[in-house]
Write a protein that binds this ligand. Structure first.
Ligand SMILES: Cc1ncc(COP(=O)(O)O)c(C=O)c1O
Length: 384
């Protein structure tokens, strides 16, 4: 293709290729164990794969309804009701999406206008700020308190303004593995009371609680649920991140606006996968997922116990943070690169999740891997 001379004024001038692609590329080049990107290296339940096959051969291969197939919306509503006492109308308040990523982009596109402020907690998952900026919104970052990555609510109160349109929560939190407590959600209820502030609650790790704690979804708090887009990822819960399937639940007036955008962004998502997941969830409890990952987290900690990395406490999700100041004072990006090229293990430096330079000498390791991968990584990390 010939070079284009079109003068494009980028809408996202600061966005380049993500650190995840960069580290994965580096890991592949150096045949390193890739604990950088968040995806499982083990297969999903064969029963789930058989169900997709069944629905594909059944002829369920054409467009699904815009909001998603009825059995899946029904199942998602039942689960929300059983777990959080919050039921959503299956016709008006649930949409199945192409992963949580599309749900986040859609919720932001449907509600954020030029000049609206959106409170984000850093370190922050990478897709929130660019989506806010794309629609003319202004990300307002509040740093989580190191090392437990809890929320400084006094600071949140200070940055709230008449322009605050949305607060984006991520619970359990990527990259830190922290979770919100009931008291956090009570405080959030108080500070948003009588306001027009929306909440986008990214709960993609809702089924990965590592220490027996309860998931404090905004759905447990009726005042919060009434102003929230709750977003989940079936790809995360069922170990099939490549299927890119997620959902959004919200009160009718919010969902109406969400669907106006959704219908023109994707219209609808993969039909046989939706039917398969709906049937699979009839006889499979999602709370087993926590057990699977608790075991993997414990193995990773055991295999790295003799290393000079210091684990921080994780509560949810499938990432373990490790502090490395006993090893080196190098910047975390440099050290992550050297760890990949010289020691053969790829991880993500935490500083990339901040908008302002912040380096606590911490790396993020994904432990959604089989035992052998974790054992090998542990051996390599123990040599550092
Ligand atoms: C916090 C968070 N939100 C959203 C996503 C995206 O989920 P999905 O793969 O369903 O789009 C991820 C994936 O890593 C994530 O960690």
């Amino acid at each position: 293709m010939e070079k284009s001379n079109i003068n494009l004024n980028s809408k996202l001038p600061r966005v380049g290729s993500t650190i995840f692609s960069k580290m994965t590329q580096l890991a592949n080049q150096h045949h390193a164990i890739n604990l950088s990107q968040g995806f499982p290296d083990f297969e999903a339940d064969p029963k789930l794969l058989e169900l997709v096959d069944k629905y594909m051969h059944n002829g369920d291969n054409q467009y699904a309804p815009m909001a998603g197939v009825l059995p899946l919306r029904k199942k998602l509503s039942e689960i929300s009701d059983a777990e959080f006492g919050c039921s959503y109308d299956i016709d008006k308040e649930i949409t199945v999406t192409a992963g949580a990523t599309q749900a986040i982009a859609t919720a932001v596109a449907a509600t954020i206008r030029e000049g609206d402020e959106v409170i984000l907690f850093s370190p922050a998952y990478d897709c929130y700020a660019p989506m806010v900026e794309l629609h003319g919104g202004i990300p307002v970052f509040v740093k989580l308190i190191y090392p437990d990555y809890s929320i400084n609510w006094e600071y949140v109160k200070k940055v709230l303004s008449h322009r605050t349109r949305m607060i984006i929560l991520n619970n359990p939190h990527n990259p830190s593995g922290s979770i919100l407590k009931e008291s956090d959600l009570r405080t959030l209820t108080e500070i948003t009371e009588n306001s027009n502030i929306l909440i986008l609650s990214d709960e993609v790790y809702e089924n990965i609680l590592l220490n027996g704690e309860t998931h404090q979804s905004v759905r447990r708090f009726s005042e919060l649920a009434a102003r929230s887009f709750v977003i989940g990822s079936l790809g995360k819960t069922l170990h099939v991140t490549g299927w890119k399937i997620g959902y959004c639940m919200a009160p009718e007036n919010l969902m109406r606006e969400f669907q106006k955008v959704h219908q023109y962004l994707v219209f609808s998502v993969n039909t046989p996968v939706q039917y398969a997941i709906a049937e699979y969830l009839e006889d499979h409890e999602t709370d087993k997922v926590s057990e699977t990952y608790r075991h993997k987290r414990d193995l990773f900690l055991e295999f790295t116990a003799n290393s000079r990395f210091k684990p921080l406490t994780t509560h949810g999700g499938y990432f373990q943070l490790m502090e490395y100041s006993d090893i080196t004072r190098e910047a975390d990006v440099e050290f992550a690169e050297r760890l990949t090229t010289e020691y053969g293990v790829a991880a993500i430096p935490l500083s990339v999740f901040y908008s302002q330079p912040t380096d606590h000498k911490v790396l993020r390791f994904c432990f959604a891997k089989n035992e052998e991968t974790l054992r090998k990584a542990g051996l390599l990390l123990s040599k550092v």
